[in-house]
Design a protein around this ligand. Structure first.
Ligand code: HEM
Length: 200
């Protein structure tokens, strides 16, 4: 169940993470690409399948991490545990915001990186999510390989994840965030300035 739902989810996650590279060309490019991809992953049957896969990952991940005690399983274990927490918070936040009528676009995702102290949470939160995805997928793909080969492959995946993360975060850090998206992250004296249009 974990491998099957993980494989379906991996297709979305690969496209989803690579799509965030578009932010390097500006928020407009990211918004246009996300709008096009939404016609697929927000189509109710597809989104229902995607959310079912997330739920299965959350339910099956913890017992698997508990059971995975062999040294060869430690990459899958630690990356998986991080992804459990990340997926729970990330998917939950997107769904709650959407029911509140918020457009959960790149401004929504990046806002926390543009306000202190929230930025201290959001930078490592996204950074390790992308790295954990590449490590987790790498350890799944190399699970039948001898240990030294598996180790080398996972290090390469981790390196690719670090590079991908750094590029996405650099892009997200550079865009201007509209004031309403920043509002929940700024302290009261600054909120007043923001609502009068002087977010700086
Ligand atoms: C820098 C990293 C990431 C950013 C900036 C990001 C941003 C976003 C945004 C903006 C949405 C809302 C999409 C929409 O409204 O159309 C979203 C949804 C989602 N993301 Fe991410 N994401 C990141 C990484 C990940 C990773 C690593 C995973 C999985 C491990 C993931 C899983 C999901 C899922 C399952 C949804 C819900 C899709 C839906 O039902 O519409 N994200 N993400």
């Amino acid at each position: 169940m974990h491998r099957l739902s993980g494989s379906v989810l991996a297709v979305f996650v690969l496209v989803h993470v690579l799509q965030h590279l578009a932010v390097l060309a500006g928020a407009g490019s990211h918004l246009a690409l996300m709008e096009a991809l939404r016609t697929i992953y927000r189509w109710p049957p597809v989104e229902a399948l995607l959310l079912l896969c997330v739920a299965i990952q959350l339910m099956t991940g913890l017992p698997l991490a508990w059971a995975a005690r062999a040294p060869a399983q430690r990459w899958a274990r630690f990356s998986g545990l991080y992804l459990l927490v990340f997926l729970g918070i990330h998917t939950g936040a997107v769904l709650v915001a959407r029911t509140g009528g918020i457009d959960t676009n790149i401004y929504f995702a990046a806002a926390g990186m543009h306000a202190w102290p929230a930025a201290a949470f959001f930078y490592p939160y996204y950074f390790f999510a992308v790295v954990a995805v590449t490590i987790h997928m790498g350890s799944a793909l190399a699970r039948r390989q001898p240990l030294p080969r598996k180790r080398r492959f996972i290090w390469r995946c981790a390196g690719a994840g670090v590079l991908l993360s750094a590029l996405i975060l650099a892009g997200m850090a550079r865009i201007d965030i509209p004031a309403p998206y920043l509002q929940p992250f700024v302290a009261a004296p600054f909120s007043a300035k923001l609502s009068s249009g002087t977010s700086g």
